[in-house]
Ligand binder design. Structure first.
Ligand code: NAD
Length: 265
Protein backbone atom coordinates (compact mmCIF):
# COMPACT_ATOMS: atom_id res chain seq x y z
CA UNK A 1 0.00 0.00 0.00
CA UNK A 2 2.81 2.38 0.97
CA UNK A 3 4.47 2.07 -2.46
CA UNK A 4 1.36 3.39 -4.20
CA UNK A 5 1.27 6.67 -2.34
CA UNK A 6 1.37 9.68 -4.69
CA UNK A 7 3.94 11.79 -2.87
CA UNK A 8 6.17 9.15 -1.29
CA UNK A 9 9.38 10.77 -0.03
CA UNK A 10 8.54 14.33 -1.15
CA UNK A 11 9.40 17.11 1.30
CA UNK A 12 6.47 19.36 2.19
CA UNK A 13 6.45 22.50 4.32
CA UNK A 14 2.98 23.61 5.45
CA UNK A 15 2.77 26.90 7.37
CA UNK A 16 0.14 27.28 10.08
CA UNK A 17 -0.34 23.53 10.28
CA UNK A 18 -0.88 23.18 14.03
CA UNK A 19 -4.59 23.89 13.52
CA UNK A 20 -7.51 24.07 11.10
CA UNK A 21 -6.98 24.00 7.35
CA UNK A 22 -3.18 23.72 7.56
CA UNK A 23 -3.46 20.61 9.70
CA UNK A 24 -5.95 19.13 7.21
CA UNK A 25 -3.48 19.77 4.40
CA UNK A 26 -0.50 18.36 6.33
CA UNK A 27 -2.52 15.24 7.08
CA UNK A 28 -3.56 14.81 3.43
CA UNK A 29 0.00 15.24 2.10
CA UNK A 30 1.43 12.91 4.75
CA UNK A 31 -1.32 10.43 3.87
CA UNK A 32 0.14 10.40 0.35
CA UNK A 33 3.60 9.70 1.74
CA UNK A 34 5.13 13.19 1.91
CA UNK A 35 7.50 14.02 4.76
CA UNK A 36 6.19 17.09 6.52
CA UNK A 37 7.52 20.18 8.23
CA UNK A 38 4.79 21.52 10.49
CA UNK A 39 4.70 25.16 11.56
CA UNK A 40 2.54 27.27 13.80
CA UNK A 41 1.80 28.32 17.33
CA UNK A 42 0.30 26.36 20.21
CA UNK A 43 1.06 24.44 23.36
CA UNK A 44 4.48 22.77 22.98
CA UNK A 45 3.31 19.43 24.40
CA UNK A 46 0.21 19.35 22.19
CA UNK A 47 2.34 20.09 19.13
CA UNK A 48 4.81 17.35 20.02
CA UNK A 49 1.92 14.92 20.47
CA UNK A 50 0.55 15.93 17.07
CA UNK A 51 3.98 15.66 15.43
CA UNK A 52 4.72 12.20 16.76
CA UNK A 53 1.22 10.80 16.16
CA UNK A 54 1.20 11.99 12.53
CA UNK A 55 4.62 10.42 11.99
CA UNK A 56 3.59 7.10 13.55
CA UNK A 57 0.13 6.90 11.96
CA UNK A 58 1.18 7.82 8.42
CA UNK A 59 4.72 6.44 8.47
CA UNK A 60 6.44 9.63 7.32
CA UNK A 61 9.03 11.98 8.81
CA UNK A 62 7.43 14.92 10.57
CA UNK A 63 9.41 17.93 11.79
CA UNK A 64 8.25 21.14 13.42
CA UNK A 65 9.31 24.77 13.13
CA UNK A 66 7.93 27.32 15.57
CA UNK A 67 8.86 30.19 13.22
CA UNK A 68 6.79 33.35 13.55
CA UNK A 69 6.13 33.95 9.88
CA UNK A 70 5.54 37.67 10.40
CA UNK A 71 9.37 37.79 10.61
CA UNK A 72 11.12 37.39 7.21
CA UNK A 73 14.29 36.04 8.85
CA UNK A 74 12.32 33.33 10.63
CA UNK A 75 10.58 32.37 7.38
CA UNK A 76 13.97 31.92 5.70
CA UNK A 77 15.24 29.89 8.64
CA UNK A 78 12.10 27.70 8.56
CA UNK A 79 12.59 26.93 4.87
CA UNK A 80 16.28 26.14 5.50
CA UNK A 81 15.36 23.87 8.42
CA UNK A 82 12.82 22.02 6.25
CA UNK A 83 15.44 21.55 3.53
CA UNK A 84 17.96 20.22 6.07
CA UNK A 85 15.62 17.90 7.92
CA UNK A 86 13.58 16.60 4.97
CA UNK A 87 16.30 16.71 2.32
CA UNK A 88 14.81 19.49 0.20
CA UNK A 89 11.62 21.47 -0.19
CA UNK A 90 9.43 20.01 -2.94
CA UNK A 91 6.07 21.29 -1.76
CA UNK A 92 5.38 24.62 -0.08
CA UNK A 93 1.92 25.38 1.27
CA UNK A 94 1.53 28.98 2.43
CA UNK A 95 -1.42 28.58 4.73
CA UNK A 96 -0.88 30.43 8.04
CA UNK A 97 -3.15 33.41 8.37
CA UNK A 98 -4.99 35.66 10.80
CA UNK A 99 -8.13 37.78 10.67
CA UNK A 100 -9.12 41.12 12.12
CA UNK A 101 -12.45 42.80 11.49
CA UNK A 102 -13.17 46.51 11.92
CA UNK A 103 -14.57 49.38 9.84
CA UNK A 104 -11.84 51.09 7.79
CA UNK A 105 -11.87 54.33 9.82
CA UNK A 106 -11.28 52.34 13.00
CA UNK A 107 -8.93 49.68 11.62
CA UNK A 108 -5.83 49.70 13.89
CA UNK A 109 -2.63 50.45 11.91
CA UNK A 110 -0.79 47.79 13.85
CA UNK A 111 -3.38 45.10 12.87
CA UNK A 112 -3.12 46.13 9.21
CA UNK A 113 0.67 45.74 9.32
CA UNK A 114 0.48 42.36 11.10
CA UNK A 115 -2.15 41.04 8.71
CA UNK A 116 -0.22 42.07 5.60
CA UNK A 117 2.99 40.60 7.07
CA UNK A 118 1.42 37.24 7.99
CA UNK A 119 -1.17 36.76 5.23
CA UNK A 120 0.80 38.21 2.30
CA UNK A 121 4.48 39.08 2.81
CA UNK A 122 5.26 35.72 4.43
CA UNK A 123 4.13 34.02 1.21
CA UNK A 124 6.65 36.08 -0.77
CA UNK A 125 9.51 35.33 1.62
CA UNK A 126 8.71 31.61 1.69
CA UNK A 127 8.36 31.32 -2.10
CA UNK A 128 11.63 33.21 -2.59
CA UNK A 129 13.47 30.92 -0.17
CA UNK A 130 11.88 27.67 -1.41
CA UNK A 131 12.22 28.20 -5.17
CA UNK A 132 15.97 27.46 -5.39
CA UNK A 133 15.33 24.05 -3.74
CA UNK A 134 12.60 23.28 -6.29
CA UNK A 135 14.65 24.56 -9.25
CA UNK A 136 17.46 22.19 -8.28
CA UNK A 137 15.17 19.19 -8.96
CA UNK A 138 13.05 20.93 -11.59
CA UNK A 139 9.97 19.84 -9.67
CA UNK A 140 7.86 21.70 -7.17
CA UNK A 141 4.40 22.60 -6.00
CA UNK A 142 3.56 25.93 -4.40
CA UNK A 143 0.06 26.19 -3.01
CA UNK A 144 -1.10 29.45 -1.49
CA UNK A 145 -4.19 29.33 0.68
CA UNK A 146 -5.99 32.52 -0.31
CA UNK A 147 -9.75 32.85 0.25
CA UNK A 148 -12.97 33.83 -1.46
CA UNK A 149 -11.78 37.19 -0.12
CA UNK A 150 -9.01 37.00 -2.71
CA UNK A 151 -11.75 37.26 -5.34
CA UNK A 152 -14.47 39.40 -3.73
CA UNK A 153 -14.69 41.67 -0.70
CA UNK A 154 -16.77 41.86 2.47
CA UNK A 155 -17.21 44.80 4.83
CA UNK A 156 -14.88 45.28 7.79
CA UNK A 157 -12.16 43.03 6.37
CA UNK A 158 -10.03 45.59 4.49
CA UNK A 159 -6.64 44.18 5.46
CA UNK A 160 -7.66 40.55 4.92
CA UNK A 161 -9.25 41.29 1.52
CA UNK A 162 -6.23 43.34 0.42
CA UNK A 163 -3.80 40.63 1.56
CA UNK A 164 -5.73 37.79 -0.09
CA UNK A 165 -6.10 39.69 -3.39
CA UNK A 166 -2.33 40.20 -3.14
CA UNK A 167 -1.82 36.47 -2.62
CA UNK A 168 -3.60 35.78 -5.92
CA UNK A 169 -1.34 38.32 -7.67
CA UNK A 170 1.76 36.67 -6.21
CA UNK A 171 0.39 33.27 -7.26
CA UNK A 172 0.02 34.36 -10.90
CA UNK A 173 3.45 36.02 -10.96
CA UNK A 174 5.12 32.90 -9.50
CA UNK A 175 3.22 30.67 -11.94
CA UNK A 176 4.53 32.69 -14.89
CA UNK A 177 8.11 32.73 -13.63
CA UNK A 178 8.04 28.94 -13.28
CA UNK A 179 5.83 28.23 -16.32
CA UNK A 180 8.55 26.51 -18.36
CA UNK A 181 9.60 24.28 -15.47
CA UNK A 182 8.26 21.38 -13.45
CA UNK A 183 7.22 23.79 -10.71
CA UNK A 184 3.60 24.94 -10.46
CA UNK A 185 2.02 27.61 -8.31
CA UNK A 186 -1.70 27.81 -7.56
CA UNK A 187 -4.07 29.19 -4.97
CA UNK A 188 -7.00 27.62 -3.17
CA UNK A 189 -9.83 29.99 -2.22
CA UNK A 190 -11.85 28.50 0.63
CA UNK A 191 -15.21 29.91 1.65
CA UNK A 192 -16.30 29.29 5.23
CA UNK A 193 -14.44 26.41 6.88
CA UNK A 194 -15.23 25.76 10.55
CA UNK A 195 -11.85 26.35 12.21
CA UNK A 196 -10.82 28.36 15.29
CA UNK A 197 -10.42 31.42 13.00
CA UNK A 198 -14.09 31.23 11.99
CA UNK A 199 -15.39 30.07 15.38
CA UNK A 200 -14.16 33.40 16.75
CA UNK A 201 -16.25 35.26 14.14
CA UNK A 202 -19.28 33.15 15.08
CA UNK A 203 -18.75 33.87 18.79
CA UNK A 204 -18.31 37.62 18.10
CA UNK A 205 -21.51 37.63 16.07
CA UNK A 206 -23.45 35.76 18.76
CA UNK A 207 -22.25 38.25 21.40
CA UNK A 208 -22.91 41.31 19.22
CA UNK A 209 -26.43 40.23 18.22
CA UNK A 210 -27.20 38.50 21.54
CA UNK A 211 -28.19 35.28 19.79
CA UNK A 212 -27.21 31.64 20.43
CA UNK A 213 -23.99 30.44 18.75
CA UNK A 214 -25.95 27.93 16.68
CA UNK A 215 -28.06 30.69 15.14
CA UNK A 216 -25.00 32.88 14.56
CA UNK A 217 -23.43 29.98 12.71
CA UNK A 218 -26.48 29.42 10.46
CA UNK A 219 -26.72 33.15 9.70
CA UNK A 220 -23.03 33.38 8.90
CA UNK A 221 -23.41 30.62 6.31
CA UNK A 222 -26.72 31.91 4.91
CA UNK A 223 -25.19 35.32 4.23
CA UNK A 224 -22.43 34.06 1.90
CA UNK A 225 -22.35 30.32 1.25
CA UNK A 226 -25.30 29.03 -0.84
CA UNK A 227 -24.68 25.37 0.04
CA UNK A 228 -25.46 26.24 3.66
CA UNK A 229 -22.60 23.93 4.68
CA UNK A 230 -19.04 24.53 5.76
CA UNK A 231 -16.20 23.28 3.58
CA UNK A 232 -13.87 21.04 5.60
CA UNK A 233 -10.10 20.96 6.18
CA UNK A 234 -10.20 17.42 4.72
CA UNK A 235 -11.69 18.72 1.45
CA UNK A 236 -9.07 21.47 1.21
CA UNK A 237 -6.38 18.89 2.01
CA UNK A 238 -7.62 16.58 -0.75
CA UNK A 239 -7.48 19.41 -3.29
CA UNK A 240 -3.96 20.32 -2.17
CA UNK A 241 -2.88 16.69 -2.64
CA UNK A 242 -4.44 16.68 -6.11
CA UNK A 243 -2.55 19.88 -7.02
CA UNK A 244 0.64 18.04 -6.06
CA UNK A 245 -0.12 15.18 -8.44
CA UNK A 246 1.10 14.80 -12.03
CA UNK A 247 -2.53 15.11 -13.19
CA UNK A 248 -2.37 18.74 -12.06
CA UNK A 249 0.95 19.57 -13.75
CA UNK A 250 -0.68 21.99 -16.21
CA UNK A 251 -2.84 23.76 -13.66
CA UNK A 252 -0.82 26.94 -13.23
CA UNK A 253 -1.65 30.31 -11.72
CA UNK A 254 -5.20 29.22 -10.91
CA UNK A 255 -7.42 30.38 -8.05
CA UNK A 256 -9.62 27.42 -7.14
CA UNK A 257 -12.67 28.16 -4.98
CA UNK A 258 -13.89 25.59 -2.43
CA UNK A 259 -16.73 27.71 -1.23
CA UNK A 260 -20.18 26.12 -1.54
CA UNK A 261 -20.99 28.53 -4.38
CA UNK A 262 -19.98 31.77 -2.62
CA UNK A 263 -18.29 33.43 -5.64
CA UNK A 264 -20.75 32.02 -8.19
CA UNK A 265 -23.32 34.57 -7.02
P1 NAD B 1 -6.57 28.70 12.22
O1 NAD B 1 -6.61 29.90 13.11
O2 NAD B 1 -7.28 27.46 12.60
O3 NAD B 1 -5.06 28.30 11.93
C1 NAD B 1 -4.09 29.28 11.64
C2 NAD B 1 -2.73 28.65 11.76
O4 NAD B 1 -1.75 29.67 11.48
C3 NAD B 1 -2.43 28.11 13.16
O5 NAD B 1 -1.64 26.96 13.04
C4 NAD B 1 -1.61 29.26 13.78
O6 NAD B 1 -0.76 28.82 14.83
C5 NAD B 1 -0.83 29.71 12.56
N1 NAD B 1 -0.29 31.06 12.68
C6 NAD B 1 -0.96 32.22 12.93
N2 NAD B 1 -0.10 33.25 12.97
C7 NAD B 1 1.13 32.73 12.74
C8 NAD B 1 2.44 33.29 12.66
N3 NAD B 1 2.67 34.60 12.85
N4 NAD B 1 3.48 32.46 12.41
C9 NAD B 1 3.28 31.11 12.24
N5 NAD B 1 2.07 30.55 12.31
C10 NAD B 1 1.01 31.35 12.56
O7 NAD B 1 -7.06 29.27 10.81
P2 NAD B 1 -7.64 28.52 9.50
O8 NAD B 1 -9.06 28.90 9.41
O9 NAD B 1 -7.21 27.12 9.43
O10 NAD B 1 -6.89 29.39 8.38
C11 NAD B 1 -5.82 28.90 7.60
C12 NAD B 1 -5.73 29.72 6.32
O11 NAD B 1 -6.94 29.56 5.59
C13 NAD B 1 -5.57 31.22 6.56
O12 NAD B 1 -4.68 31.76 5.60
C14 NAD B 1 -6.97 31.75 6.34
O13 NAD B 1 -6.96 33.09 5.91
C15 NAD B 1 -7.44 30.83 5.24
N6 NAD B 1 -8.88 30.75 5.10
C16 NAD B 1 -9.66 30.26 6.11
C17 NAD B 1 -11.03 30.20 5.92
C18 NAD B 1 -11.95 29.65 6.96
O14 NAD B 1 -13.18 29.73 6.76
N7 NAD B 1 -11.49 29.09 8.02
C19 NAD B 1 -11.60 30.65 4.73
C20 NAD B 1 -10.77 31.15 3.74
C21 NAD B 1 -9.41 31.18 3.94
Amino acid sequence: MKAQRLLEGKAALVTGSTSGIGLGIARALAGEGANIMLNGFGDAREIERLRSSLAAELEVKVGFSGADISQPGQVREMVAAAARQLDGVDILVNNAGIQHTAPLEEFPDERWDALIAINLSSNFHAVKAALPHMRRRNWGRIINIASTHGLVASVHKAAYVAAKHGVLGLTKAAALETAASGITCNAICPGWVLTPLVQKQIDDRAARERIPAERARTELLAEKQPSGEFATPEQIGALAAFLCSEAAAQIRGAALPVDGGWVAQ
